[in-house]
Ligand binder design. Structure first.
Ligand code: GUN
Length: 294
């Protein structure tokens, strides 16, 4: 058996097409253009690449797309003041502060100072709390888990009753909200992490296995139940001497080639969850804009 490979770019394109239609209607009916402000501090090349993709897609969706690029030496107070300004700006419906921030800055008070109704990352405790309590319509759901759930629903439907789901990773950005979303859809959920005993055995129990550990190809074929749905959230750069000296390539947290032979469904890296994160950010921004003029 070999797995069905999910085309994340194609699914993401259908989400962004829907976002574009809503954006057009909002402009026509209410003269409102969704506004997304993306804030990046410092020089991390990977973060700059992500932020450029987000800003570019926001423009493509017809948004008012604003990028604030702040120097590495920005102070906590300067960043806090920018968030305050964006909170008060009526033309901005979504605010995203790219993480990680430089080490001298404390991300949590910054994230918690974003107005929850503009928190299109879904990281404010109000939004995280809504997801944790199963209120999925009132707030804004964190983009990467929301995107991963689109794949899960397309494979298994809306009701995951009777299915075992294992999420490897317990971060606030992904693992915790992912587990909460699976639970809200009636899956039986295990949140595994670095202190979990016999992780391969725990994973072998999963009908839906979601890996977000940040370690290249850590999940091996003998960790996977035949026929399982495997969602790979990792993006790891590894050396690729076969492409030439000093070259690298991107791989996920799962050993794709060997697992694709036995899984039922699998997401590739790149081209799986990654494009969905950006698409769901666009969806959250248009939802925030709609609610502002509700
Ligand atoms: N860094 C990596 N992924 C994300 C994300 O989804 N949101 C933010 N704000 N920072 C990130």
């Amino acid at each position: 058996m070999s797995a069905t490979i999910i085309d994340g770019k194609q699914v993401a394109a259908s989400v962004t097409e829907a976002v574009k239609s809503v954006t057009t209607a909002l402009e026509k009916d209410a003269s409102v253009k969704p506004g997304l402000a993306v804030v990046i501090v410092g020089n991390d090349p990977a973060s700059h690449a992500y932020v450029s993709s987000k800003s570019r897609m926001a423009k493509e969706c017809g948004f008012n797309s604003i990028q604030h690029t702040l120097p590495e030496e920005t102070t906590q107070e300067e960043l806090a003041r920018l968030v305050e300004t964006l909170n008060a700006d009526e033309s901005i419906h979504g605010i995203l502060v790219q993480l990680p921030l430089p080490k001298h800055l404390d991300a949590d008070p910054i994230i918690q100072s974003i107005r929850p109704d503009k928190d299109v990352d879904g990281l404010h405790v109000v939004n995280a709390g809504k997801v944790a309590t199963g209120d999925l319509d009132g707030g804004l759901v964190s983009c990467t888990p929301a995107g991963a759930m689109v794949f899960v629903r397309r494979t298994h439907g809306d009701d995951l009753s009777g299915l075992n789901a294992v999420v490897i990773g317990r971060s606030n950005l992904f693992g915790k909200p992912m587990s909460a979303l699976l639970l809200a859809a009636n899956a039986t959920v295990t949140t595994a992490h670095s202190r979990t005993k016999d992780l391969p055995a725990v994973c072998r129990n999963a009908d839906i296995l979601v890996a977000a550990v940040g370690r290249a190809e850590m999940v091996k074929a003998d960790w996977v139940k035949p026929g399982a749905t495997v969602i790979d959230v990792g993006i790891n750069r590894v050396p690729a001497p076969e492409k030439g000296e000093g070259k690298s390539r991107l791989v996920g947290d799962v050993a794709f080639d060997e697992i694709a032979k036995l899984a039922g469904v699998i997401t590739p890296v790149p081209g799986g969850v990654g494009p969905m994160t950006i698409a769901m950010l666009m969806a959250n921004t248009v939802i925030a804009a709609q609610r502002a003029y509700g």
